[in-house]
Design a protein around this ligand. Structure first.
Ligand code: M6P
Ligand code: ZN
Length: 192
């Protein structure tokens, strides 16, 4: 038996970055191609290909059962057409793994959908600790004017299934309507 050495990673609350991250992932619009419902608006914005969000990985270790992965995500403010910037969204490859999000800055929504067709949206602003139960697909959306930052903690062996969302889309969308964030059904959503 080997025992992992304890460690601390510092989260920069203002910027949303992790100091000395293990990995930084940057997602531009081109990495999310086909996910925004308004294809014309997406094609238009692809010309300047904005940076949509960044993930700072803090967990330094193997994707092993029993360990916890953690990372911060910062989603920049902005829209494609009237749809707010969001993360790709995923199910866990090991579907029975849950996840916890803790909001550090800004505001937005955690959108979730279960395999039997239920949808759920949790509002998050600094202090919100929002729970993603096993089997629910999850995506976060920045509906505010500043960056939306949260810490995510998840079983290190949860893994990612991006394929289901790439294929079917997400059931619900957050769009700006009369100057406010509104949850609407995705006209392009298909259930497999
Ligand atoms: C959170 C966690 C990460 C995830 C990231 C971005 O930090 O859930 O595991 O990678 O959000 O979400 P996505 O992988 O869907 O782009
Ligand atoms: Zn997850």
């Amino acid at each position: 038996m080997t025992y992992k050495t304890p460690f601390t990673k510092w989260l920069e609350l203002e910027s949303g970055k992790v100091k000395d991250p293990v990995l930084v992932q940057q997602r531009h619009l081109s990495d999310l191609k086909g996910l925004f419902y308004d294809a014309e608006a997406e094609a238009e914005r692809l010309r300047d290909n904005p940076l949509i969000y960044e993930v700072y990985l803090a967990y330094d270790g193997e994707a092993q059962e029993g360990q916890l992965g953690y990372s911060t995500t910062l989603i920049y403010p902005g829209k494609v057409g009237d749809e707010y910037f969001f993360t790709k969204g995923h199910y866990h490859a090991k579907g029975d793994r849950a996840e916890l999000y803790y909001c550090l800055k800004g505001e937005g929504y955690l959108l979730m959908q279960s395999p039997n067709g239920a949808v759920n949206a949790q509002f998050m602003s600094a202090g919100a600790g929002s729970y993603v139960p096993p089997y629910w697909g999850h995506r976060t959306v920045n509906t505010g004017q500043e960056r939306f930052v949260f810490l995510a903690v998840y079983p290190a062996d949860a893994g990612y299934d991006y394929g289901t969302i790439a294929e079917n889309g997400f059931a619900s969308l957050m769009v700006e309507k009369d100057g406010k964030a509104a949850l609407v059904s995705n006209p392009n959503f298909s259930r497999s």
